[in-house]
Write a protein that binds this ligand. Structure first.
Ligand code: 0L1
Ligand code: MG
Length: 256
């Protein structure tokens, strides 16, 4: 049975305030029994609160796309979060660290959709809807204290989405096994886009499946962050850059 509307509203308010005030909150699961459907309903309410603040919906992101993360969480499904324009940064931009609680950064592949995707149409439709691909970074910032959360918690918290940085859009190409190097002032992480559900094109199919199940629209112009190619590392002051073979470099500067 689903939680009452008033409880879903209160949970969304709690997570939204945690994000706005940069003040962490304990796991929702400490207080309520949250189903996956409830969690997406809370996420939808978080998006509505952002839209009320004049933000615009610009796309979606996938999380838990690595087998290692799924095993760690004891789940076999990816998660989907929403992106707004206020979360988006361009290559080379500065991002103020004071707007996050405990941010981490991860290298991602971004896709752009040229046409609306029929959620109930054939799976291949999502691949043919893509008209561009770009190297990207996602800055995640769980609103949960000490990163202690359940699968439903993280969905409710908009999959830890906080910000993202897009490199230059490139023509559509096979990006299923590209070397990736993420460098921050403190650490370097290397990997391959193959770690994203065995290839970002497979991630697109997983995205469509989740969007179909939870009735999350996929529209022309939407940005899709397909998932992380390495484990997330702390996002700190100074320059962080991501190099993706054949797609180029994307850079961001953390400031205080
Ligand atoms: O984009 C992601 O894969 C993040 C999922 C959320 C988990 C986290 O905050 O570590
Ligand atoms: Mg991510």
């Amino acid at each position: 049975m689903s939680l009452p509307e008033t409880t879903l509203d209160a949970l969304a308010q709690r997570l939204d305030e945690a994000a706005v005030k940069c003040a962490d909150t304990p796991s929702l699961a400490d207080d309520v029994e949250l189903s996956v459907a409830d969690a997406y309903a809370v996420q939808q309410r978080l998006l509505a609160r952002r839209l009320e603040r004049e933000e615009s919906f610009v796309g979606v992101k996938l999380g838990f796309t690595s087998r290692a993360k799924m095993i760690q969480m004891g789940v076999s499904d990816v998660i989907v979060g929403r992106l707004t324009d206020a979360m988006g940064y361009a290559d080379g931009d500065c991002v103020n660290l004071s707007s996050f609680i405990h941010p981490k950064v991860e290298p991602e592949v971004a896709f752009r959709l040229a046409v609306d995707v029929d959620l109930d149409g054939p799976s291949a439709a999502i691949e043919s809807a893509v008209d561009a691909v770009a190297p990207a970074m996602e800055i995640i910032d769980s609103r949960y204290r000490d990163f202690r959360f359940t699968y439903a918690d993280v969905i409710a918290d908009n999959t830890s989405a906080a910000a993202y940085v897009l490199g230059t859009w490139q023509p559509v190409q096979d990006v299923d096994d590209r070397e990736v190097r993420l460098e921050t002032p403190a650490t370097t992480a290397t990997g391959s886009t193959a770690a994203i559900l065995d290839g970002p094109s497979r991630a697109l199919h997983a995205l469509l499946d989740m969007c179909r199940r939870h009735r999350i629209p996929l529209r022309a112009g939407d940005v899709v962050l397909a998932g992380a190619a390495t484990a997330a590392v702390p996002f700190t002051e100074g320059v962080t850059q991501c190099d993706m073979a054949g797609l180029g470099r994307v850079t961001v500067r953390g400031t205080r």
